[in-house]
Write a protein that binds this ligand. Sequence first.
Ligand SMILES: NC(=O)c1ccc[n+]([C@@H]2O[C@H](COP(=O)([O-])OP(=O)(O)OC[C@H]3O[C@@H](n4cnc5c(N)ncnc54)[C@H](OP(=O)(O)O)[C@@H]3O)[C@@H](O)[C@H]2O)c1
Length: 189
Amino acid sequence: MPALRIEGYVIVSADGRLANAHNVMPDDLKVEGDKRFFTSALDRADLVVHGRHSEEEQPNAPKRRRIILTGDVETIAPDPTNPKALLWNPAGCSFERASREAGVSSGTVAIIGGPSVFGMFMDRYDTFWLSVAPRVRIPNGEPCFPGVPARTPQQVLAAHGLRAGEPQLIDAAHDVSVTPWRREPKTSP
Ligand SMILES: NC(=O)c1ccc[n+]([C@@H]2O[C@H](COP(=O)([O-])OP(=O)(O)OC[C@H]3O[C@@H](n4cnc5c(N)ncnc54)[C@H](OP(=O)(O)O)[C@@H]3O)[C@@H](O)[C@H]2O)c1
């Protein structure tokens, strides 16, 4: 049993975008029910991991231990602006080492984007929580994962061995549901 449990979180438009063409998350995707779901998940996580432009905008953000991906460091380095954060360049250091240096060797890791960071962990998620806002479309927006829009986000998750569980309605007013995509247990020959 791996010591770290890896979980992904994103909210996407009906066409699989997580931000607009200017790489900004539009207000249409900032849905109250999803914010509540995301906040409580991050409050339970032992470590939050994201690219330099994807820190969550939440009151509890300063309390959370985090790893921030950046090319500004060669391997890992303390974040001079946040004592709870470690800067990490995956080209120079493994995730196992980075998380150990961040003080987390077991527990739950929340991967929260952006697209290339989601892509890096695609074969490692235990569960990916995919929230969809079906009434929002962002033509020319930023695709949520590498491979979208040629494939849907759901097809990408399935291609990496994840299977959809039961969707939960988290915001009835906006018709937003979250679906847990869980890794299928390996069957023995
Ligand atoms: N809808 C959602 O749920 C959701 C989720 C996440 C993000 N977003 C939105 O998506 C947008 C951010 O997207 P983004 O494409 O800018 O992604 P990002 O991953 O947040 O930021 C990209 C930056 O992270 C660093 N980085 C990422 N991968 C790296 C790697 N493999 N090695 C080294 N550094 C790496 C680089 O920083 P340096 O430039 O410092 O080298 C890169 O410029 C924002 O608008 C955000 O709000 C939305």
